[in-house]
Design a binder for this molecule. Structure first.
Ligand SMILES: [Zn+2]
Length: 206
């Protein structure tokens, strides 16, 4: 329906008549002082003005603080919980989860200091370890791992790792069956000692 037709269909009455009929809204057909030709509330101004005012008010610091206090209050939390469990809440959540906005926000969070710390803490929980193990043993996990091991990225990474002190320590641990003393790791890593010599040394000491 066109706006004009809509306006024509609205019954034009005065505020006095509307009040007499117990109506909350009425329509005069005349523009308000800001030029809106819209319905008016019997207890305040034109509804277009009201919306604009509400919008400006919502953006004030005072209003933001009040909103924050409400969301953290018992009543606010109860309301949010009920909304989250409603059909409307679920639909909004699903749409957001699949949005580009959400993906970008996730990425930003993962790369932030806080996100990194949270991920690290989660990785060390038993729950996370169990989930990782289950994934590694799944068909999908095995396929992903195999593909990664054959990738150039992995080969390049291994090359760097094998020449690192950490790589040397891991390799020694495997060959010795126990944690190698740090001074040996360093000696081997800096080339002052070769692994074969260290192992011989250890065998003689046993
Ligand atoms: Zn207005």
């Amino acid at each position: 329906m066109q706006e004009k037709e809509l306006l024509d269909e609205m019954k034009i009455i005065t505020r006095k008549e509307a009040l007499a009929q117990g109506l909350k809204r009425y329509f005069t057909g005349k523009p308000c002082k800001w030029g809106h030709v819209a319905e008016r509330n019997t207890d305040s101004d034109c509804i277009t003005c009201r919306k604009a005012y509400q919008k400006a008010y919502d953006q004030t610091e005072k209003r933001k603080a009040a909103k924050k206090a409400y969301t953290q209050s018992g009543a606010g939390k109860a309301y949010m919980k009920a909304y989250a469990q409603s059909e409307a809440g679920k639909a909004v959540r699903e749409a957001y989860a699949q949005s580009e906005e959400r993906k970008a926000a996730k990425k930003t969070y993962r790369q932030s200091e806080k996100g990194k710390a949270t991920i690290k803490a989660y990785d060390q929980t038993e729950k996370s370890k169990a989930a990782s193990k289950a994934y590694r043993q799944s068909e999908k996990g095995k396929a992903t791992s195999k593909a990664y091991q054959q990738s150039e990225k992995h080969k390049a990474h291994m090359k760097v790792y094998q020449h690192s002190e950490e790589g040397t320590a891991t390799s020694l641990r495997r060959q010795l069956g126990f944690d190698p003393p740090a001074e040996y790791v360093e000696a081997i890593h800096t080339g002052r000692l070769i692994k074969r010599e260290l192992i011989k040394l250890k065998e003689q000491n046993l």
